[in-house]
Design a protein around this ligand. Structure first.
Ligand SMILES: [Zn+2]
Length: 199
């Protein structure tokens, strides 16, 4: 039975590395894998999935207008597995298209994505993957304090930022995976310190 998997996490929890590892395992068995990643602008075509460890692989970059079911259905040969990076950016319709691929073509799909944005608001793609996936798994990483990180802190020029557009391309910013307590503390104090704290 093919299944739709959703593997979610914060930023920098090793999603892309896990995805590339799965792709490698399929290829080692001479099985075909299709890799999708998201295009935040209107281009459709070549993309790359990169891991922070330096490993990368070509992927098909899709924007919100691509019908993923039709895309796979038109291929001469269907893949053995489909891997989707940045799946938080999918639309609700695209998530349902993925379920059609699983149910009608019997192709397993593993989606990787963020649970929430830097404002602690949901993404459309991950929200509907939470609702439609057969199996939901968390890839864990830790905050500086040792607790599990569940939130993404956006830092621009050293200052935490909690308002703005959901998607920000470019700019002098970084994201830090933090626990809820440190996310809320950064919100209250409007500062984020890397100093070690007692609790
Ligand atoms: Zn913490």
């Amino acid at each position: 039975m093919a299944k739709l998997y959703f593997r979610y996490s914060t930023m920098a929890a090793g999603k892309s590395l896990d995805l590339l590892k799965v792709a490698f395992n399929y290829k080692e068995k001479n099985q075909d894998v299709i890799l999708f990643t998201s295009h935040l602008d209107n281009r459709f075509g070549e993309g790359k999935i990169k891991s922070r460890l330096g490993i990368e692989q070509e992927a098909i970059a899709v924007n919100n207008s691509v019908d993923l079911f039709k895309y796979i259905d038109r291929l001469n040969e269907w893949p053995d597995c489909i891997l989707v990076d940045e799946s938080q950016f999918l639309t609700k319709e695209q998530v349902i298209q993925l379920t059609d691929i699983v149910d009608k073509m019997k192709i397993p799909i593993i989606c990787y994505g963020l649970r929430s944005d830097y404002r602690a608001e949901p993404f459309e793609g991950s929200t509907y993957l939470m609702l439609y996936a057969d199996t939901i798994e968390e890839l864990k990483t830790i905050c500086k304090c040792g607790r599990k990180a569940t939130m993404n802190l956006r830092v621009v020029d050293g200052m935490p930022v909690f308002e703005g557009e959901q998607i920000n391309i470019g700019g002098n910013e970084s994201y830090i995976a933090v626990c809820r307590k440190h996310f809320k503390r950064a919100m209250e104090e409007k500062a984020y310190s890397d100093l070690h704290e007692e609790e």
